[in-house]
Ligand binder design. Structure first.
Ligand code: AMP
Length: 218
């Protein structure tokens, strides 16, 4: 199965992708995670993308399309892939259709997670993660059970993304509305779009996604 999670920054795509990954033996492909790793490693890709990401803008289509093409070819997809944060422009969506067709595959479903902008700003500015294993947390919704220690690995080091501050979040939301939102109509035309309410809590959203995927409701 090849699945796209579509939605604004902070909608919970990464969280839901991680749950689906575990439950359905899919491999999560997050262009944001791949780019952040490249920035941290100081690779050429990282140098090209780093400043753009810090401004909350989209990195050029050819860079991210190349990344996805590479990953699709590694063949480590298990039962398939969940794409988180890709595609984000019409050119990327068209390239994805082409890449999958060349490989004899096709997109099964696109799940749009709908959340309003003001909720997103708070969701993003309150989030942080374990610096060691990457487990995600939030000041309002999910603090570590033992204060100061990661639930999963016990590490005491937590990190925040450099682009998770209010000014950059607003820019990222603007990029979403201008460049990514048109994909909703694109996938609706293909009959692949399923929309869920992303305002509910993590578990409820997960259940809504499962229903949308298994029950085929739009
Ligand atoms: P994310 O972790 O998905 O919020 O992505 C963080 C940042 O990485 C974005 O604000 C963009 O600068 C960049 N990025 C991630 N995915 C893409 C993409 N598909 N196209 C362009 N830029 C991307």
């Amino acid at each position: 199965m090849i699945l796209v999670l579509l939605g604004p920054p902070g909608a919970g795509k990464g969280t839901q992708a991680a749950l689906l990954e575990k439950e359905r033996s899919l491999v999560k492909l997050s262009t944001g995670d791949i780019l952040r790793a490249a920035v941290a490693a100081g690779t050429e890709l990282g140098r090209k993308a780093g400043d753009i990401m810090e401004r909350g803008q989209l990195v050029p289509d050819d860079l991210v399309i190349g990344l996805i093409a590479e990953r699709l070819d590694t063949g480590s997809g298990g039962n398939g892939f969940i794409l988180d944060g890709f595609p984000r422009t019409l050119a990327q969506a068209e390239a994805l259709d082409r890449l999958l067709k060349e490989r004899g595959q096709q997109l099964d479903a696109v799940v749009e997670m709908r959340v309003d902008d003001e909720a997103l700003v708070r969701r993003i500015t309150g989030r942080f993660s374990c610096g060691s294993c990457g487990e995600g947390y939030h000041e309002d919704f999910k603090m570590p059970k033992v204060p100061g220690a990661c639930d999963r690995c016990g590490s005491k080091e937590f990190v925040r993304r450099r682009d998770d501050n209010e000014e950059v979040v607003r820019q990222r939301l603007q990029a979403y509305h201008a460049q990514t939102e048109p994909l909703i109509a694109y996938y609706e035309r293909q009959g692949k779009l399923k929309t869920v309410d992303g305002m509910a809590d993590i578990k409820e959203v997960h259940q809504a996604i499962a229903r949308a995927l298994d029950g085929g409701v739009g």
